[in-house]
Design a protein around this ligand. Sequence first.
Ligand code: ADP
Ligand code: F6P
Length: 452
Amino acid sequence: MSRLMSRLVIVSNRVPAPRERTQLAGGLAVALRDAIIGRETLWFGWSGNAAATATSTTPTIAATGKVTYATIDLSAADYRGFYRGFSNTMLWPLLHSRMGLAEFRREDLAAYRRVNDSFAEALAPLLRPDDTVWVHDYHLFPLGAALRRLGAANRLGFFLHVPFPPPAIFASLPQADGLLRDLGAYDVLGLQTAEDAGFLNQALAAVGVPGEARVFPIGIDPGAFAAAARRAEAGPEAKRLTSSLSGRALILGVDRLDYSKGLPQRFIGFAQLLKRFPEHRGRVTMLQIAPVSRGDIDQYKSLRKELDELAGHVNAEHAEFDWVALRYLTRATARNTLAGFHRLARVGLVTPLRDGMNLVAKEYVAAQNPEDPGALVLSCFAGAAQEMDGAILVNPYDPDETAEALHLALSLPLEERRDRWRRMWQAVERNTARSWARGFLAELEGAEARAA
Ligand code: ADP
Ligand code: F6P
């Protein structure tokens, strides 16, 4: 069998169950779903069940079409230490350069290593010698090394979906060198931007790990998203939204409820727009859809509380008896419905404090009507800002800058909106989910596998 025909094995912590496919919140699952179409694939990861008495090493198998899903359950203790603890209370803030929110516990690191070993133990017996194995994201830094210890001689690739911080920040992680050395087990390392790859390469060089991380910017399926947006525009939800707006311009934000997304600063930025540019009062409505994510982690709980209060405060101060300025929902929404909402929005507001890429920015662009497109206000700290020169870029830490950008976005003449949109659409079409996956896999399948 040729390498290109060999089976693809995807490993990610979060594995979308087939029934969840229309409502995925999270860039990794969304991009991979678009990327694997048509290839024999084994997708391995966590089942989402965290109540097992012990983390299992015997996966549950379910197949749909060409994709087979193999998932394992976590014990409650491993869920706490591996997922909630080390992955999301240490690595996530660290990788987003938010050390003030990070908490390190040795027992969490031990659980992280234990779960990676369990993943390897459960996966190794399923591997065929010519499988191409593609591991995703920060939950699984040590998986490649664990697989090598069990004798896997396959081509192993690793893609980091989130940013990589300056080496001095990464070095504040206790036992950081061990994780960097583990990355040396992979044949190809991929990141979203040149800056991220540069930081990781410096960190690897400092501990003497050979190899060089490469840049593979992730994307979406622009044609499919555009078609979904056109269809959804005529659907019942979009119609309800349009009629509720009573002709007001819509500013739309769509993000997981995560502190990396800059939501408090965004709400304040919107309030500043209403305060400093009163011509928009009563003429614009902001809708923020932010499904709860990692809701059992303290830092996320307090963010939720903060946003509830802020949203109430913004409306109490600015709303009128017949106009709610800020609408804020924490429910996940079907992708197609979201596509229709993006198309209706005069402004897409995407202001993460730091983000690997940010697919929502690309989805907003893809959803627009080319004849009458909206404008994108985008954080300069999202990976997407490297590609989208038609966006209005802001420093998301400055709510006044966000307010000024919103004012500009709401005031742009049609010709300029079209011109900016055309440039962004070109970028969205250039780097798609498929070209990202193909580029990474071509590199991986062209690489000589490292000896086990
Ligand atoms: P992250 O990976 O950090 O969540 P991205 O912007 O790269 O950020 O990807 C988020 C993905 O999740 C996008 O495809 C987006 O459409 C989807 N998503 C975000 N918010 C929602 C929501 N409220 N309901 C459904 N899907 C959502
Ligand atoms: O893209 C970043 C990411 O952390 C993915 O790895 C993850 O699947 C997604 O966001 C959603 O987070 P979680 O899996 O913790 O719900």
